[in-house]
Design a protein around this ligand. Sequence first.
Ligand code: ADP
Length: 298
Amino acid sequence: MITVENLTKRYGGYTAVDDVSFTVRPGAVTGFLGPNGAGKSTCMRIVCGLTPATSGRATVLDRPYAALPNPGRHVGVLLDASAQHAGRTGREVLTLGAVTMGLARTRVEELLDLVGLTDAEAGRRIGNYSLGMRQRLGIAHALLGDPEVLILDEPANGLDPAGIRWMRTLLRGYADQGGTVLLSSHLLHEIEVVADELLVIGRGKIVARGPKNELMQATGTTVRSTDDPAFERVLADAGLQSVTDGDGLRVSADPAEIGALAARHGVVLTLLAPAGSAGLEDMFLRLTAADAREEVPA
Ligand code: ADP
């Protein structure tokens, strides 16, 4: 369990994290979503005791991170995959971690195997690693102490599609066994498959939160008919907003309401489905567009 209460971080006159409160529960993957500069890393760094908060409180397993005995045995952290010493080999980094945490050396080989770093790769200096290899090493380092909580900042950066799938499977299994996962990303599609809960942050404030399925249901319906322009007028007359979505319409109402309206007006529907992730992505962009601090290139 991670608990954050009224957390605020100011850099000079600039508020990077603004009165943020949330909890991250065990047995689930919580996706921490927000555009670049929204305040995700700052929150995570405060939770891990690396950055002091201006005000507010953060605890992991009911204690401030700094008060955890042998923290690596309880909390696995990957904040910046490039932060490791470039002159050390991957195996050296994991061995140092294992020694610090009082773990058997065999754990290093287990983890290298788990994250798919070969013997030869483990013997190379990190300065020569690709970003994807660094992320794999970072995940291995986070998992080394078999912690109950994982805090991962943009771990998918640099992973190829197979690597992203591998990581999702790993995190799913970890959460299903009761682990607590806080996973950040600035890309919805990277975490929507694996996340059970979503926390959306924009301009330092939490702008949406809740179970992913609920947030997705709240995002409307995709509908197609044999005459969309005519159906759009029917929707408008009924006071329902619609936008063109691919070769259909997305409507802010639930499927039953739209189906009933179509039936009353004799409209033939060829598709009627919850908007799901398309709607969630719209919501994410809408919620954060005004809040983004950096433009995302088109
Ligand atoms: P995210 O992880 O969502 O991309 P960050 O938490 O890294 O966002 O940054 C939030 C904001 O705080 C950004 O505008 C960033 O420039 C600013 N910021 C982060 N760290 C510092 C720092 N050490 N000094 C000044 N500003 C900072």
